[in-house]
Design a protein around this ligand. Sequence first.
Ligand code: 5GP
Length: 111
Amino acid sequence: MSTIFSKIIAGEIPADVVYEDEHCLAFKDINAIAPMHILLIPKKELVNLSDAKELDKELLGHMMLKTKEIADSQGFEDYRVVTNNGAGAQQSVFHLHFHIIGGRSLNWPPG
Ligand code: 5GP
């Protein structure tokens, strides 16, 4: 089922895009919780990590390797990558996304 992120991929609603290639798109979170808060999403409609299959491993690896490039482009060396997998883990948009967060001190463990 399509979400608001599909509309962002299609250019139907605006987003502050910081990176795009044929496989994925990265844009600033509308409700940033840190100086850098980017959402990295696959263009393929995957609900979350649990929805990913063996055939998606190249896509997932590609996205993980892009996080450094995206953080670098924003001027941040240290960053956290988080994905909320399922409603019980606070996933609110059901299109896979990796939060790339940085620019302030981050606590561990997360809440
Ligand atoms: P989740 O809670 O599913 O892990 O994260 C969803 C994220 O998407 C939230 O941080 C929320 O602020 C962000 N978000 C929701 N709708 C939009 C939107 O239309 N544009 C942008 N840029 N971010 C959105």
